[in-house]
Design a protein around this ligand. Structure first.
Ligand SMILES: NC(=O)c1ccc[n+]([C@@H]2O[C@H](COP(=O)([O-])OP(=O)(O)OC[C@H]3O[C@@H](n4cnc5c(N)ncnc54)[C@H](OP(=O)(O)O)[C@@H]3O)[C@@H](O)[C@H]2O)c1
Length: 252
């Protein structure tokens, strides 16, 4: 690989899997990793047409992409998605655990089946994906979890379970960083603040708290993808076990 192509495409020859990659923050991450030269597989559960469009967009630009239907609430499906991505591209270098769900529901009305689903998607799936991908990852591999700054600062009522699952992601990140370090794989946690997506639209409940953000606005999904791209790159070789906030200062 020559120096110019390494500079333009820092992830050339890398193989990535992003969970929940058809829309929102996940789609921005998929696009950015592909722009940086990676072959990118991503999962979706409901957004099939968006998934198909994204694959076409990346392929039209000369990249490699693969959409895999896999419900993150189903551990077998998560494991299967990792195996399918490895099979398709011949390995895995970058795993981005992005799929997530949220619900602002009063604690005394929270349905316990929904409790189990949120724990399965936001937390258990992260562990299962690392269990499946970790042993296949080589020196320079990257696990990047998408937590939430809500784990540190939560301005909403009815958010206790979501906050707990994202705090668990931060804990998993720290402990898994030690587990994967001997094989030269880093594990980090990126915590978005208010990002304008279907989960958290700029005209939704968070509109009432955006004035608490020092930078005074919602973030863009591409602003999360920028940090993912950096952490995925060789530049970030000495960062592991870290939790990094991208929140316009909302947690200070
Ligand atoms: N937006 C924010 O302000 C914000 C702030 C902090 C953290 N985050 C975190 O950032 C991540 C992405 O959030 P977002 O704002 O982009 O949310 P979003 O717009 O609601 O998109 C959610 C993504 O997760 C996928 N997903 C949900 N349930 C899934 C399941 N059971 N199996 C597989 N995929 C599933 C969705 O897939 P389909 O498209 O197929 O439904 C979609 O790609 C989440 O982990 C979220 O907690 C977001």
């Amino acid at each position: 690989m020559n120096t110019t192509s390494t500079m333009n495409k820092p992830l050339a020859d890398k193989k990535a899997l992003v969970t929940g990659g058809a829309r929102g923050i996940g789609a921005a991450i998929v696009k950015r990793l592909a722009e940086d030269g990676a072959s990118v597989a991503f999962t979706y559960v409901s957004a099939q047409s968006k998934a198909d469009e994204l694959v076409q967009e990346i392929k039209s630009a000369g990249g490699q992409a693969l959409a895999i239907r896999a419900d993150s609430a189903d551990a077998g499906a998560v494991k299967g998605a990792v195996e399918e991505a490895i099979q398709a591209f011949g390995g895995i270098d970058i795993l981005v655990n992005n799929a997530g769900i949220a619900s602002l529901t009063p604690y005394d009305q929270f349905d316990l089946e929904e409790f189990d689903r949120m724990v399965a998607v936001n937390m258990k799936a992260v562990f299962v994906a690392v269990q499946a991908a970790g042993p296949q990852m080589k020196q320079g591999g990257r696990v990047i979890n998408i937590g939430s700054v809500a784990a540190e600062f939560n301005p909403f009522t009815g958010n206790s379970l979501y906050v707990s699952t994202k705090a668990a992601v931060a804990g998993l990140t720290r402990a898994l960083a030690r587990d994967l370090a001997p094989q030269g794989v880093t594990v980090n946690n990126i915590q978005p603040g208010l990002i304008d997506t279907d989960m958290n639209p700029a005209n939704g409940p968070s509109a009432s708290v955006v004035n608490m953000v020092p930078l005074g606005r919602y973030g863009r999904a591409s602003e999360i993808a920028s940090l993912v791209a950096y952490i995925a790159s060789p530049e970030a070789s000495y960062i592991t076990g870290a939790t990094l906030n991208v929140d316009g200062g909302g947690s200070v």
